[in-house]
Design a protein around this ligand. Structure first.
Ligand code: ATR
Length: 279
C-alpha cells in the first residue's frame, strides 16, 4: 500500500500525522500511513523524482516548498494555478496533480468560528507570504468585495494584487507597506475580519505584527498560527473575538483527505486527533 505524508523543512513539530491517520482509520486503514518527510530545499527535486512519485500516493506540502512544488507536478488544479502554491499532491497512474486547499481551509474556519461567509465581505490580511497569497486569491475568486494587504515587503503585496486584478478583477484590492504613515483606522472601519498571516508569533517573544488600535471592537481576528500568540493574547484582553489557526489546519487537511481518497473526511475524528496533538 502506498504511503502519504507531509513534506517540509523543518517539519518535525507538525500535527498533521495524527489528524490524517485518524481519518485513514475510519476507512479501515489501521497502519500509520501518513508520516513526516523532512526535505531540505536543495533536495526537493531529487526527492520528488526518486522518492515521492515512487513511494507515495499523495502528500501535503508546507514551508518552504509550496511554490517550488507547483513547478514540479505534471498538472495543476485551478486552485493551485491561481495561487502558484501547492499544498496537496495526488500521485496516480495519470501522473501528479497539485492543489491548494489553504484558501478553502481559511474560508471554512471563518464560517465555523465567526459564522462569516465570504461573499461581499472585506478582509484585511497582515502578511503577504505563501499562505496569504493562496488565501487572498481564493477569497477573490469566491466573490469577496475587498481585500486589504499589509506587509513589510511591499513587492509581495504587489504580486498578489496583480494576480487578483488578472483573475478576479471585480474584487477591490489595496495594500500598504508595514510600517507606514498611510496605515490608519479610517482605512479599516469597514473590514469584517483581520487575518494574521505572518509567521510573527511562532516564538513566544515575537512582536505584535500590527497595532490593535486601528480596529474597532466588532472586527473579528483570525490568526493562522495554531497556538496562542502574543497578538492573540493582546486582542483577547482588548475585547476582540479571536480564533487561532487550528480549524484552518483541520479544514485544509479534510479537503486533502477527500482529494486523495474520494471520500468525505470525518470532521469530528480529525478535530479530536488534532486538538489533542496540540495540547
Ligand atoms: P507562509 O508560507 O507561512 O506564508 P512565508 O511565505 O515565509 O510563510 O511568509 C511569512 C510572512 O511573515 C511574510 O508576510 C513575511 O513578511 P515579508 O514578506 O516582509 O518577509 C512575514 N514576516 C515574517 N517575519 C516578519 C517580521 N519579523 N516582521 C514583519 N513581517 C514578518
Amino acid at each position: 500500500m502506498k504511503k502519504y505524508g507531509l513534506i517540509g523543512w523543518p517539519v518535525k513539530h507538525s500535527v498533521s500525522p495524527p489528524m490524517q491517520n485518524a481519518a485513514f482509520q475510519t476507512i479501515g486503514i489501521e497502519e500509520k500511513l501518513y508520516g513526516l518527510i523532512p526535505v531540505k530545499p536543495e533536495l526537493l527535486k531529487d526527492t520528488y523524482k526518486n522518492v515521492l512519485i515512487k513511494e507515495y500516493a499523495g502528500w501535503n506540502i508546507t514551508v518552504p516548498h509550496k511554490n517550488a512544488m507547483s513547478t514540479l507536478v505534471d498538472k495543476l488544479d485551478i486552485s493551485a494555478e491561481l495561487s502558484g502554491s501547492v499544498n496537496t499532491v495526488v500521485n496516480s497512474k495519470n501522473g501528479t496533480k497539485g492543489y491548494s486547499t489553504d484558501g478553502y481551509g481559511l474560508e471554512k474556519a471563518l464560517e465555523k468560528n465567526f459564522n462569516i461567509k465570504l461573499k461581499g465581505k472585506t478582509f484585511l490580511f497582515i502578511g503577504a507570504g505563501g499562505a496569504s497569497k493562496a488565501c487572498c486569491t481564493h477569497f477573490a475568486e469566491q466573490g469577496v468585495a475587498k481585500i486589504i494587504i499589509i506587509n513589510r515587503t511591499i513587492a509581495k503585496c504587489e504580486e498578489i494584487a496583480k494576480n487578483i486584478k488578472k483573475n478576479a478583477p471585480e474584487c477591490l484590492i489595496e495594500y500598504y507597506e508595514n510600517p507606514s504613515d498611510e496605515i490608519n483606522s479610517n482605512k479599516f472601519s469597514t473590514i469584517d475580519a483581520v487575518i494574521q498571516a505572518t509567521s510573527m508569533g511562532l516564538n513566544s517573544n515575537d512582536k505584535i505584527p500590527l497595532s490593535l488600535k486601528y480596529f474597532n471592537r466588532n472586527t473579528v481576528i483570525f490568526d493562522m498560527i495554531y497556538k496562542e500568540t502574543p497578538f492573540q493574547k493582546e486582542a483577547k484582553k482588548a475585547g476582540f473575538s479571536v480564533a487561532d489557526g487550528r480549524d484552518m489546519l483541520l479544514y485544509q487537511g479534510m479537503k486533502s483527505f477527500s482529494i486523495w481518497t474520494g471520500k468525505p473526511a470525518p470532521e469530528e475524528k480529525m478535530r479530536k486527533a488534532l486538538y489533542s496533538a496540540l495540547l
